[in-house]
Ligand binder design. Structure first.
Ligand code: FES
Length: 158
């Protein structure tokens, strides 16, 4: 094993930083291509992409089965069904952006990572894309597990 040059070190550092900027990539196991995905057929229209100007978590579409999350310029949908025993998930009023299970006090962060309590698995994300009118469409019937969070169709870049 040899030493790396200063140039190689800088290039490696920049590559790591680029991944850290993207929540879809930095928390997934793959390095999928950042690209716009076509809107899934069917699904829920959550409105114009221009509506989401700040980071946050919205529970507006709870009855459709998901939270909508904007994080660092990326928009994605997180399932609102607990990975422990299917409990209903709600926003935790005590911790902004945190997701709480109403059944056994399991907690998830805004990205869908299990952070405490009984759940041992992350929440799946749901297929998401932008239609021809620029509206964001979420298809709750298509679940995306952690290994594919970084792939096109798992998020929309705003
Ligand atoms: S069903 Fe959610 S913590 Fe048990």
């Amino acid at each position: 094993m040899g030493f790396i040059s200063r140039r190689e070190f800088v290039e490696m550092t920049l590559a790591a930083c680029a991944c850290a900027v993207c929540p879809a990539m930095s928390h997934g196991e793959t390095t999928g291509t950042v690209s716009a995905a076509a809107a899934p057929a069917g699904g829920t229209d959550v409105g114009d992409a221009k509506s989401f100007t700040k980071d946050g978590v919205w529970d507006t579409w709870a009855s459709a089965g998901f939270f909508l999350v904007r994080e660092k310029g990326y928009l994605f949908a997180v399932s609102n069904v607990c990975t422990h025993k299917g409990g209903k998930l709600v926003l935790n009023p005590a911790v902004p952006g945190q997701i709480k299970c109403t059944k056994h006090e399991g907690f998830f962060d805004n990205l869908g990572n299990n952070v405490s309590g009984p759940p041992k698995q992350k929440l799946p994300r749901l297929a998401i894309g932008r239609n021809a009118q620029g509206h964001i469409i979420v298809d709750a019937s298509q679940k995306i597990q952690f290994a594919d969070w970084g792939k096109a169709g798992a998020y929309v870049k705003l």
